[in-house]
Structure formats: C-alpha cells, structure tokens
Design a protein around this ligand. Structure first.
Ligand SMILES: O=C(O)C1=C[C@@H](OP(=O)(O)O)[C@@H](O)[C@H](O)C1
Ligand SMILES: C=C(OP(=O)(O)O)C(=O)O
Length: 425
C-alpha cells in the first residue's frame, strides 16, 4: 500500500518527565544523498556513496535511477553506483520527494526513450512547471499535465542546453536540477533566475559545491549559475548526517532544559541545518561545537523568534513547535513557498497548534505565534515528516499529544520513533 494511504495511526507522543540528555548519531542527509546519487549516475566512473540515507526519499531516488539503467548495489551501509547508458522506456515514482520530481527529469531527458513520472497525490500539486518549461527551452520534449505531474519526458539521449531564464521563487530545486545534469548537456547550461527571491540558498550552494567536487566547472553570479559542458567524474562521496533532522532532537534539549549532542556535525557545511546553531541560540539555547559534535544545552528559558526563514524554510516546522512553547511571541516570515511543500506547512502548523489551544496567525508568507498554555489532542501530520516531528516536540512538554501517522517520518528518517525513544531513555 502506498505510504500516503497507510491507515492513520495515533502515536502517543512521549512526555519528557525530566530534561532530555542524549548523545546521538543521525542518518545521512536526504539532500546530500539524492544529489550524490544523481551525480554518480551521470559520472564516467563508478562511485561509492558512503553512509547514504536509507529511507523513503532515497529509496525513490535509487528506484528512479535503476529504472533508467543505472546499477546501484548495496555494500554494507554504503551504495556502489555504476553508471550505464541511460534509457527508457521507464516509469518513475517520485512519491512526495521534491528532489526526485525535480532532479530526475533533466536526467531522463538525457536518456534514450520515454520516461513517465507520477507520485503521491500531493506530488501532482507541487510546482514543477517552471522547470519543465526551462527544460523544453533547452531542447527537451515533455508531455505534462498543465505544468504538473503526471508527465512523460521523451528522452532522445541528448539535450542541447545553453541559456535559460526561469522563476525559481517556488523552489530552489528547479535551479539545482538543471545544474546537476547541465554538464552533460551539449552546451552546458546557464540558468538565470527572474522573480521573487529564490528560497533555500544553502541548497544551491550544496549543489554547486558537490558539482565542483565532481570535477565540473561552475560559475555563480547574482541569480545566475553556469555549468560548463564536460565529464562528471566522481569516485567517492561521503554523506554528512542530516542536520535538518537534528532539529527536533536539539529542540528536545531546548524545551526540556536538557542537553543533546549530535555526533558527526561537520565544522563547515552547506546544509541549512547548520543555521540551527544561531537560530536555537536566539531561542534561548546554548550551543557548542567541539571535536566534530554539536551540543545544545537548555538554559531554562525558551524564547520566541523574529526571523526571515526563506533560506532555511525546511527548519520552519520545528522552529514553530519550539515557538509554540516559548515565553515570548514569534514572527516567522519569508516562507510563502512552504505552502507548496509536502503540505501547506503554514496552514498546517497554524491549524494544528491552534487545535491544542495555541494562538497562531497565518501571514501570506509566514506565521505569528503567541505564547499560550497548550493542552493535549491529536496533532495531524498531513503526510509531512516535519509536521510529525513537530508534534513530537510539542508532546514533550504537553501531556496527551497524539501524532497522527508518525510513520510518515520515514520520508527522511528510517526510524524516528526509535531514535526519539533512544533520546528520551
Ligand atoms: O535541494 C534540496 O535538497 C532541497 C531544497 C529545498 O527545497 P525548496 O527550495 O523547494 O524549499 C528544501 O526545502 C528541501 O527540503 C530540500
Ligand atoms: C521540503 C522538503 O522536502 P522535498 O525534498 O520533498 O522538497 C523537506 O524535506 O522539508
């Protein structure tokens, strides 16, 4: 049964009856894993992907690339990716993975044969039209449904490439998608963004950094990115732990006055989760990085936050959960694009926190969250992994919170309930 139709289960969120003290190693980053898999499939050499995420979004990416002919083999916890000529006919299930629905179509355009794309019902509502229009302008043939899924990329084995202008205000993934495959286009690709600001800049930096590490020449200007045509050569990529998925665990220390250490936290990284160091400090935590581990200590106060989260939108659900438990108000802005994430996260957060007695007001591009005492109740997850973990954070401090469909956390974490129990033990 597809996961989005899995029977709704209510998971009683554990209450922290004492400060959470834990030291944890987290699974690999979704964003790094799925970029690594794309680059490895387009590489001239086999590639060892070390410590990849092994969860729904990465499984969907592996499935997509296998469908196009790439050989992906497990070796212990690692993956060996052996590139092969890309070919259709093939069918790709994108699930509700933005990285699969945006990063794979340009690869499919390089394949010889038709590649059909579809996914969870929500995937048909998530934006992809701007990317498809850009791909067409670069020489690809695509049959879509009014700029959305389901669609078929009619791959011919080659893409002309060249200059293209697109509006990436809906998702940074449109730009990342074109850059990741662009070196394999005959003329490379030069992407210019025009429109409201592009969100999630760190993810674009991640794309550029990983391409350069794979031997690709990339130049970056103001809202312009160019990839030279040429070979992609990558033999090994080590995936960092998922720092965005560190958010609920660090939040657990913050809201219970505890102390949580995440092992393997890179000293320098392009992952947006690294911004948690400053964001959670502003919300009352004390953060220390030493010897490759990050520790967050609660200080007995949880403060609201005024912040533009455009760059780090995927951290919003956890920040909103902490804000709902804070002693001062929060105003989170710059995140209109979250309305087309796994769910409309702005509406979902307001509805669910208010259902527990909160005082949250929706803005067109964000949330105002006033402090209120909360009560128990069902916290719906809307098939959104980060909504589910946010319910768990609130449940630490509010007895009687039940998270509906906690299993949806498997999008990017193979065993959230197990890790949560380990953290609280
Ligand atoms: O490139 C990536 O890996 C991602 C980019 C961001 O997408 P948007 O720019 O659509 O927010 C982020 O929210 C998503 O979780 C992962
Ligand atoms: C927006 C997210 O995912 P996706 O890669 O599906 O866009 C997310 O993980 O918060």
């Amino acid at each position: 049964m597809p996961e989005h139709t899995a029977a709704a289960q209510h998971w009683p969120a554990p209450v922290a009856d004492r400060p959470v003290r834990a030291r944890l190693t987290l699974p690999g980053s979704k964003s790094v894993t799925n970029r690594a898999l794309i680059l490895a499939a387009l590489s001239q050499t086999p590639c060892l992907v070390r410590r990849p995420l092994n969860s729904r979004d990465s499984e969907l990416m592996v499935g997509a690339l296998r469908a196009l002919g790439t050989v992906v083999v497990e070796r212990g916890d690692d993956l060996v990716v052996t590139p092969a000529p890309l070919r259709g006919p093939a069918s790709v299930d994108v699930g509700n993975a933005g990285t699969v629905m945006r990063f794979v179509p340009p690869v499919a355009a390089l394949a010889a044969g038709d590649v059909h794309f579809d996914g969870d019902p929500r995937a048909r509502e998530r934006p992809v039209g701007e990317l498809l229009a850009a791909l067409r302008a670069l020489g690809a043939a695509i049959d879509d449904t009014d700029g959305a899924l389901p669609m078929t990329v009619r791959g011919t084995g080659r893409v002309r490439g060249g200059d293209v202008v697109l509006d990436a205000s809906g998702s940074s993934q449109f730009v990342s998608a074109l850059l990741l495959a662009g070196a394999r286009f005959e003329r490379g690709v030069r992407v210019r963004h025009e429109g409201a600001p592009v969100p999630s800049r760190p993810h674009l930096d991640m794309t550029v950094e990983m391409l350069r590490a794979a031997g690709v020449t990339v130049t970056v200007g103001d809202d312009v990115w160019a990839v030279e045509p040429g070979p992609i050569k990558v033999t090994e990529i080590t995936v960092e732990p998922d720092l965005s998925n560190a958010a609920p665990f660090l939040a657990a220390a913050l809201v219970t006055d505890g102390e949580v250490t995440i092992d393997g936290w890179p000293e320098r990284t392009t992952q947006p989760g690294d911004h948690l160091r400053s964001l959670f400090t502003r919300m009352g935590g004390e953060v220390e990085w030493a010897d490759g581990a990050l520790t967050l200590r609660g200080t007995g106060r949880v403060l609201g936050l005024e912040a533009d989260l455009r760059e780090v939108g995927e951290l919003t659900p956890t920040i909103a959960a902490v804000a709902a438990l804070a002693s001062t108000p929060s105003r989170l802005t710059g995140i209109a694009h979250l309305r087309r994430h796994e769910t409309d996260r702005i509406a979902a957060l307001a509805t669910e926190i208010n259902r527990l007695g909160g005082a949250v007001e929706e803005l067109p591009d964000g949330l105002i969250i006033e402090p209120r005492p909360l009560r128990g109740g069902v916290f719906h997850s809307y098939d959104d992994h980060r909504m589910a973990t946010s319910g768990a954070v609130i449940g630490l401090a509010v007895p009687g919170v039940e998270v509906e469909n906690i299993a949806t956390t498997r999008k990017t974490l193979p065993d959230f309930p197990g890790l949560w129990a380990e953290a609280l033990a």
